[in-house]
Design a protein around this ligand. Structure first.
Ligand SMILES: O=C(NCCNC(=O)c1cc(-c2ccc(F)cc2)cc(O)c1O)c1cc(O)ncn1
Ligand SMILES: [Mg+2]
Length: 214
């Protein structure tokens, strides 16, 4: 019994961050992961790259695959333009429960919808369920072997449009070789690799930004 790591991360947020202050929530999680317990958030170094891509796209509609504790959810949502909305899919109900509370502590619950379930089950229903025409931005951070099948599903469901920006975490560590090969070889994508490091470590990792060309 006892607490789980996501629950201890949430407690660190509630003890260290100021309600409604998303920057303090991000800082509290980074502090917890650097000084207490490592956790698989995108982290501050790759998070800075995520911020720059989100700011550049300024998405009205954004999708995140893999919420975990909501760290990247908060990083994305705090940068959305007025009217912007983020849907985040999480398979693990315990992660989703913690993420909802982290997102609420940051005061961003009005811009974010946490959806529980398997990404492959939900993607075909996003249009009818949420009235989404297509996504301006997609952040991939869930199970690494699902990146490729899920973007193929997004294509098939017509949820990508000319110019949709995909940003994928962990393309080096743990690695997503089949996804990387696909987006780098496909005529339908223009891809660029941003080298960085695995969150809170010196191990190599990076983000792949891929623009869908239709
Ligand atoms: O594991 C589930 N999701 C996280 C996906 N994300 C990752 O696996 C991930 C892993 C790592 C990582 C890197 C090095 C290492 F030594 C250990 C882990 C880093 C990251 O930045 C990630 O994003 C999961 C479980 C479950 O029960 N249900 C639904 N999802
Ligand atoms: Mg990750």
């Amino acid at each position: 019994t006892g607490t789980t790591r996501p629950q201890r991360l949430l407690r660190a947020v509630q003890e260290r961050a100021t309600r409604g202050d998303s920057e303090s929530v991000i800082a509290a999680i980074d502090h917890f992961c650097r000084h207490q317990e490592w956790a698989m958030n995108v982290g501050d170094e790759k998070g800075f790259i995520l911020d720059s891509v989100v700011s550049e796209v300024s998405p009205q509609t954004a999708l995140e695959l893999g919420t975990y504790c909501g760290y990247s959810t908060v990083r994305i949502a705090r940068l959305l333009p007025p009217g912007g909305h983020l849907i985040t899919l999480e398979f693990n109900p315990n992660y989703a429960a913690v993420a909802r509370q982290v997102i609420a502590w940051a005061g961003l619950e009005d811009m974010v919808q946490v959806v529980e379930g398997a990404s492959g089950d939900w993607i075909p229903h996003l249009r009818e369920h949420f009235g989404i025409e297509s996504f301006d931005f997609v952040f991939l951070d869930h199970w690494k072997e699902l990146y490729l099948p899920d973007i193929k599903l997004l294509e098939e469901c017509g949820l990508l449009r000319k110019g949709t920006v995909l940003l994928a975490d962990n393309v080096v560590c743990p690695g997503t070789p089949d996804y990387l090969e696909y987006v780098r070889k496909s005529q339908s994508y223009e891809s660029h690799y941003f080298g960085s490091h695995l969150e809170y470590t010196r191990a190599e990792d990076g983000l792949e930004k891929s623009v869908y060309l239709g």
